[in-house]
Design a binder for this molecule. Structure first.
Ligand code: CA
Length: 220
């Protein structure tokens, strides 16, 4: 899961980014509205955390522009301006959730996770698939009731397939969401993670559609 944190207060940006990283996201931080506009328009994020008071381009304008351009990523708005009228304005402009400052970091993480689940059509944090139980909150997997040891990368790949299980996911998209484009890694790194996941979860857990990509196998 890739998250963009748009916040000009470095202390809050660091705190949010650390919490998201601990929750299994790959977090990138930008400190002004124009850079955010560029990043959000060219890169594909699973979640955006957006402060409203930003230099160069304010958060509300940014939000409206993204939605007008058809950018559909879930957006959690953070703002010191907690009055009801601004809250309504933010939500009408296309925010998915709104958290007034100051906030508890645990609440931010819980709301971020809930947004990701809703965006992926998973209202429940634990998803069962045959012998597998995948817990998106605790970042754990059980097979036949027994815990399966997973690396963060393996879990991120598995949860991305889970949240996009209605379609085939191309290897290049997985590279983008797991490593980011600046990393320069190749799709064969993905192949290696898929092989390890099949060994741990069963060969049928992930299906390959040759030439297209991957999809989760088996019905719950
Ligand atoms: Ca600010």
């Amino acid at each position: 899961m890739r998250a963009l944190v748009v916040e000009d207060d470095a202390r809050i940006a660091d705190m949010v980014s650390a919490a998201l990283t601990a929750a299994g996201f790959r977090a990138e931080t930008v400190a002004d509205g124009e850079t955010a506009w560029f990043q959000g328009g060219t890169e594909d994020y699973d979640l955006v955390i957006l402060d409203l008071g930003l230099p160069r381009l304010d958060g509300l304008t940014l939000l409206k522009r993204w939605r007008a351009e058809g950018r559909a990523f879930p957006i959690l708005v953070l703002s010191a301006r907690g009055t009801w009228s601004e809250r309504v304005e933010g939500i009408e402009a296309g925010a998915d959730d709104y958290l007034p400052k100051p906030f508890m970091i645990e609440e931010m993480t819980a709301r971020a996770r809930a947004l990701i689940r809703r965006a992926g059509g998973q209202a429940q944090p634990v998803h069962r698939m045959g012998a597998l139980a995948i817990d998106l909150n605790r970042m754990t997997v059980q097979r036949d009731g027994l815990p399966v040891a997973m690396t963060p990368l393996e879990f991120r790949l598995l949860s991305y397939l889970l949240l996009n299980r209605d379609r085939i996911v191309a290897p290049s998209e997985l590279v983008d969401h797991l490593y980011g484009t600046e990393d320069g890694r190749e799709a064969n790194a993905i192949e290696a993670i898929i092989t390890r996941l099949r060994r741990k979860l069963g060969a049928a857990a992930i299906q390959t559609r040759r030439g297209f990509g991957y999809t989760l196998g088996g019905d719950p």
